[in-house]
Design a binder for this molecule. Structure first.
Ligand SMILES: [Fe+2]
Length: 386
């Protein structure tokens, strides 16, 4: 969704006869917003919609319905307590959900043995720990810790991990996009945006094309939280070329260019991605506000139309005590939130923060599931009492 790319062989004009190695190849148009949004056209050696069998697998093992936040409270979850093991797609657990977004965290031991596709939304995965590559019909995308990984809704792919990983996945139930204020009228990322086109890494075209990857023929599709396994009649990566604007990307959170003001700027300046009903923000190491009497720590605030989760990655978070790498805090609407006792005062006169965190704000209540309740750090709500 960043810009248009082209890989491999494509005909001069879409929807025309195109032959490779003397045989007709088959167009596969992958579109968004029906046919009105961005799209990519893939060229397959065989029709991409041929399957041999379909098998119902029931609910994703990590799916859970949203529960109640009773009593209403600020809460803290230790994702490091989630059981490690399993494979990337099946290891994750849905911790928070509403109609617009789901927040999953997994600590897989290894990559996916099958292809997977999430029909429930775009996926933005933050790699808290681990490295590896995504294999998909468009090529290979390498990633490492501190990367965001974007995989479009419904794209068959698999994660191949170099070892155990710790992954935060935002399941975005409307298209994830670059905030419109970061684009020029012509669509180029503006010079005032916190990143440039060069910061987004696209799939690489392997020698021999994606066919050379030897993709699994089994594809597990998630729709409505339930899984169906399809046995494909042929290699789904038999793509000879593609062009378009819908492709997975990797983006290092450290490529996000922070802004600092004379006095404290609102969290809006950390907005990295957005969609209907949610925004994703990146807090990265930076110089802090430089007025001689500035208070760099965030001020207490009430945002009664937002629920906020923060995933803590590293560094000492300016406003919070007792949270560490892999922590998630949930601050729901209806309660003011702000710095822990002493942190507001302690920030005066500081010049830098090393905090690294991912924030998701939603405009509908983000409700914890039973998987979240199992890793909740009790007592957080009252930790502001001096
Ligand atoms: Fe906040």
């Amino acid at each position: 969704m960043i810009h248009r790319l082209q890989r491999g062989l494509v005909p001069d004009k879409p929807h025309t006869v195109f032959e490779v190695d003397g045989r007709l190849v088959y167009e596969h148009c992958v579109t968004r917003k029906g046919f009105d949004g961005i799209y990519t056209i893939q060229y397959h050696r065989r029709p991409p919609h041929w399957v041999q069998s379909a098998e119902a697998l029931g609910r994703h093992p990590g799916w859970a319905g949203p529960g109640l936040q009773e009593p209403l409270r600020r809460s803290h979850y230790l994702t490091g307590k989630l059981a490690g093991g399993e494979t990337a797609f099946l290891a994750r657990r849905l911790l928070f959900a509403n109609a617009d977004a789901g927040i999953w965290v997994g600590r897989p031991a290894s990559g996916d043995p099958t292809l997977v596709a999430n029909a429930d939304g775009d996926e933005l995965t933050f790699v808290h720990a681990g490295s590896g590559r995504i294999e998909c019909p468009l090529g290979v995308l390498r990633f490492a810790a501190r990367d965001y990984l974007y995989v479009p809704q419904g794209m068959p792919h698999r994660l191949v991990l170099d070892g155990p990983a710790h992954l935060l996945t935002i399941e975005a139930r409307s298209p994830l996009r670059i905030p419109s204020q970061y684009r020029s009228d012509e669509g180029q990322l503006s010079m005032a945006a916190p990143y440039t086109h060069r910061d987004f890494r696209a799939p690489q075209w392997p020698d021999g094309g994606p066919e050379a990857l030897g993709a699994p023929r089994r594809l597990v599709v998630q729709s409505g939280g339930t899984l169906t396994a399809f046995e494909l009649s042929h290699d789904p990566f038999d793509v000879v070329g593609w062009d378009g604007q819908l492709w997975p990307f990797a983006f290092s959170i450290l490529a996000f260019q922070p802004k600092t003001g004379l006095v404290h700027l609102p969290p809006t300046i950390h907005t990295t991605f957005a969609g209907a009903g949610y925004v994703v923000c990146s807090f990265v190491p930076r110089a802090v506000d430089f007025h001689e009497r500035a208070i760099p720590c965030p001020y207490p605030h009430s945002s009664p139309d937002c629920d906020e989760i923060l995933f803590y990655v590293s560094g000492n978070f300016t406003s919070r005590k007792g949270v560490g790498p892999g922590s998630i805090s949930l601050h729901p609407r209806g309660l003011p939130h702000g710095p822990h006792p002493g942190t507001y005062e302690a920030s005066i006169g500081t010049t830098r923060t090393e905090e690294l965190a991912v924030m998701v704000d939603t405009f509908k209540p983000l409700l914890p599931t039973a998987h979240a309740a199992a890793i909740e750090d009790q007592g957080y709500n009252l930790s502001w009492v001096k």
